[in-house]
Design a protein around this ligand. Sequence first.
Ligand code: SAM
Length: 211
Amino acid sequence: MGRFDDERQEMVALLKDRSITDARLLRAMGKVERHLFVPEPFTSRAYEDSALPIGKGQTISQPYTVAFMTQALGIKEGDRVLEIGTGSGYQAAILAELGARVFTIERNLDLLAGARKLLDRLGYRVVSKGGDGTVGWTDFAPFSGILVTAGAPQVPQPLLHQMDEGGRLVIPVGDMDIQDLAIITRLGDRYEQKQINGFKFVPLIGKMGWQ
Ligand code: SAM
């Protein structure tokens, strides 16, 4: 048995109670060791259902939020997924564990370096770069899924154009304090949108985000 195995399974049980039904996702969240992705002083709190500081004024998202957004993305094995806001690398590890081909962008180079090192050590093959993710990543587009893990003032247009047919974009949109989660599906030239209220993310800063 590894360190925190029981706590991690309790976290998974809580996610099940809170409407997370995707069995593959629950398995992935039961496998990825969240305590490795948080700084030392917070290790013992890694399996609480809360966001935690990761340095540079940023956070690792709450496990329920990670699960909810990933479930909303509805990805299949082999799908190309773009994540904007690598942070600790935890969400990227969950996507990789689900068999996605993961591309991730982080504007803070120190956070990116830490996430890269950890993802490499754990054997996750994730393509990453430092920079402004609000303009997407044209070199690898189109994507079956785009996941934005910071709150935007509006949906960045370049991301809509980098979605594959039938692809999904999951992004928190609102003001600096509170956002709604937009779940957008591309159907040919049309975009279908659902909205879920009441999420709280750090701001998405960039050309098509907050200045
Ligand atoms: N997904 C992360 C994880 O699993 O730890 C949590 C990310 S944290 C809530 C949001 C991240 O988005 C921060 O690390 C922040 O630096 C980054 N960010 C903000 N604006 C960005 C942008 N325009 N492009 C890329 N990253 C951005």
